[in-house]
Each structure stands twice: as C-alpha cells, then as structure tokens.
Design a protein around this ligand. Structure first.
Ligand code: FAD
Ligand code: NAP
Length: 336
C-alpha cells in the first residue's frame, strides 16, 4: 500500500472538485486492505474512479483508493466463461477485454467511466442493459470486522441504479473482486435502445455483432456526453423517476409530449432530463457551474466550481421539478 497525507482529490474525481482528504491510501491487493483495517488509520471511505461522487467539502479521514487489478478466467464450458476481475480495473478496459475475446454481455456498457468494483454499487446500466444481467458474484471485505464475504446475485438486491451496497449495506464493505458470466454463443443482442439502431442502419450493418454494438454505443456516447477530461461532470446527476401510471396520466393531460417508458403495468419511467429541461434549466450557466446544453441530466463544473455550489444547484433543480410536475427526482451521484 502507499499512503499520501493531505491530498487534494481534484484529479481523483471526474467533477474536478478540489477537496482535501486527510490521507489517500492506494491499495493494490486484499492484504493492503487488511493492513489498513487493522491500523489506526480511520475513518476511511472508498474511492474508485471518482466518476459518481460529489465532494461538498474537505474529507475527514482517509480515502482508500482501490487499485486491485487482474482479469482471470476461472471457469468455462463450451458456451460461457466465468471471469473474475480485480475491482480496481477500469470498467471500459474490461469491456474491451471481453470484446477482444469475443465474449458477449458487456457491449452495450461500453465507455462507462469508473472501476469494476463500483459497477455493482449502482448496478451500472446503459442502452437497455444493466451489469446484473451478467453478474455472478462479488468478493468483499467487511470494513468493521475485516471478515471476507462472497455475495451472490440474489443477495445484492440489484435494481434500477441501486443495490444493497447503496442502501442497507452502504459504506460497510470494500468490494475487492467481481465475477461475471460472459457468453461465447447463444446470446441476445440489444439494439433497440436509443440511437443504436440508427447508427447501425447508417453504417449499413444488417447483422450486427457485439463489436458493431460496442462501436455504435461508443459513437453515440462520444457525440452526446461531455468528456470529463474537458468539462467536469459525473454523468447523470439524477435518476429517472418511476411514477405511478395514474399520476403520469394526469401529467399527460397538461403536457401531452411528456416522454415515458413502461416499467410495469402500474408504473412508468419519465426521463429526468426532460423534466429538468422543461423546468428551464437545460444549458443554464451559473458562474463556473451549470447544466449541460445537450443533456440536462448532467451537471457540469467548468473549472472553478465547488461541490457545495453544484449540490445547491441540484437541490434547486429538484425543487423546481417537484413544484412544476409534482415529481420528486433524486440524485444518482453519491454526495460526500
Ligand atoms: P466512484 O465514483 O469512485 O465511487 C462511487 C461509489 O461507489 C462511492 O460511494 C464509493 O464509495 C463506492 N465504491 C467505489 N468502489 C468501491 C469498492 N471497490 N467497494 C465498495 N464501494 C466502492 N453510470 C451508469 O450506470 N451508466 C452510464 O452510462 C454512466 N455513464 C457515465 C458517463 C460519464 C461521462 C460519467 C462521468 C459517469 C457515468 N456513469 C454512468 C456514472 C459512473 O461512471 C458509474 O457509476 C461508475 O460505476 C462509478 O465508478 P467509480 O469507480 O468512478 O466509482
Ligand atoms: P437517451 O438515449 O437520450 O434517453 C433518455 C432517457 O430515456 C434515458 O435516461 C433512458 O433511460 C430513457 N430511454 C431511452 N430509450 C429508452 C428505451 N427504449 N427504453 C427505456 N428507456 C429509454 O439517454 P442518454 O443520456 O443518451 O444515455 C444513453 C444511455 O446511457 C442511457 O441508458 C443512460 O442511462 C446511460 N447513461 C447513464 C449515465 C449515468 O451517469 N448514469 C450517463 C450517461 C449515459 P435510462 O437512463 O433508464 O436508460
């Protein structure tokens, strides 16, 4: 392990927010984690790629920066493989690894920033696929007792941008490895979501492969989403609200063009980006921060913004949406 004291976390979060942590501890394997847990270094918090956190001030205590690496096939048969991945691997690197081995399941999740260890935290999802669809199990260490535990899929309580680790077990476990089941054959491709179909059509791809889908997703994402290297952001700041069908029908009488996607017979998902845009916030700039001009779900830091300012703007936006539509939107980003 490597300990740095009094570290500015600016380069460790994609919002590019300055926040001083008491210490930053880089951990490279499970032994490093145990060493920290049995030391006097506390309190500790866990950080991966910092692409889903907002620091609203300096951080008391120590940050464990997960750098546990490795991608290993631990079992396989003629149709699938079990791949155990160090939680500090970059998610997109794992996707690229799977494609280079012609393994299906992760292609729609191309170009999502962050680490593999954080993927189960909010059950990352994009273009109609969530990581739970290929999730097998994860290895974790209980921060208080130091006890190792394996979590299988049904114990993770995955939901839409949710898991047990964001709720009842919040901040209790350090995820060290995640194991995925990837398919060699007999898999379904998801091309019906967002602009994937249009891109494939434009490229005259009639029988898409996992490689075509990944390329399409990368093209769409690169054209639509702000690159954190250029402008600070943490992707979607809010989750899309799921509302009862009755409430949605009432909303539709006032706003005939309100988009929605069915979730069940009784509920629909309403894109939060649309609600924020209609509340008048799309593209707004306030000093050094604002709301992205092409995707109102993304709050941005143009350089010198503070986490406190972004958090205040987020509260203002959710209040405005609640007032206008009687729908409560809540942050997807972890507020520290
Ligand atoms: P961090 O931000 O470092 O941490 C997030 C949370 O997980 C924190 O609470 C942290 O304590 C906890 N955590 C991290 N690692 C561990 C661990 N090993 N053990 C225990 N707890 C841990 N998300 C999507 O779902 N879909 C998208 O399409 C998507 N697109 C994005 C696009 C952009 C441009 C950006 C900036 C973000 C996007 N995100 C998306 C959000 C983000 O990339 C994901 O949530 C990602 O999984 C966060 O990974 P991270 O390593 O950066 O986590
Ligand atoms: P988009 O395609 O413009 O769609 C806008 C919203 O409508 C999305 O939030 C998506 O919900 C929903 N949607 C679109 N088509 C849908 C369908 N066929 N069925 C159900 N819901 C549908 O969105 P975008 O901003 O370009 O993002 C594309 C994908 O990448 C989305 O899946 C999005 O979640 C993901 N993404 C996530 C983040 C993040 O930080 N979490 C950041 C960027 C992109 P869902 O969000 O529920 O899919």
């Amino acid at each position: 392990m490597k300990l740095e004291e009094k570290v500015n976390l600016k380069k460790y979060n994609t919002f590019g927010i300055s926040a001083i942590a008491g210490g930053l501890i880089h951990v490279y394997d499970e032994n490093d984690v145990f060493e920290v847990l049995t030391s006097s270094l506390s309190p500790i918090r866990i950080l991966g790629g910092g692409s889903n956190v907002l620091f609203t001030g300096d951080i008391d205590g120590f940050i464990l920066r997960n750098e546990i690496k490795g991608i290993a096939v631990i079992d396989e048969d003629e149709s699938q493989v079990l791949v155990k991945v160090g939680a500090g691997e970059k998610w997109h690197q794992l996707v690229m690894w799977s494609l280079s081995h012609n393994l299906a399941g992760l292609e729609n999740l191309s170009l999502i920033p962050g680490s593999v260890g954080a993927a189960p935290m909010q059950n990352i999802g994009a273009y109609g696929v969530e990581q739970e669809s290929v999730f097998h199990s994860l290895n974790a260490i209980h921060l208080e007792s130091g006890i190792r535990r394996v979590f299988f899929k049904d114990e993770c309580h995955f939901g839409y941008r949710e898991s047990v680790f964001k709720n009842t077990l919040k901040d209790q476990y350090f995820i060290t490895h995640v194991t995925y089941v990837l398919r060699k054959k007999d898999y379904t491709l998801y091309t019906g979501y967002g602009a994937i179909g249009e891109v494939l059509q434009r490229r005259a791809v009639t029988q898409p492969t996992i490689h075509d889908i990944s390329k399409a997703v990368i093209e769409i994402r690169t054209s639509k989403l702000p690159d954190p290297e250029v402008v600070g952001n943490a992707g979607s700041f809010f989750k899309n609200p799921v509302v009862p069908l009755e409430a949605f029908k009432k909303l539709q009488t006032q706003y005939a063009d309100v988009p929605s996607y069915p979730v069940s017979d009784t509920e629909v998902k309403v894109p939060a980006g649309w609600l924020i845009e209609k509340a008048g916030y799309k593209g707004m700039v306030r000093g050094e921060i604002g709301v992205h001009a092409h995707q109102a779900l993304v709050l941005v830091n143009y350089g010198g913004g503070s986490g406190g300012e972004i958090y205040k703007l987020a509260l203002e936006i959710s209040d405005a949406v609640a007032q206008k539509f009687e729908i409560q939107i809540s942050p997807e980003v972890n507020i520290w």
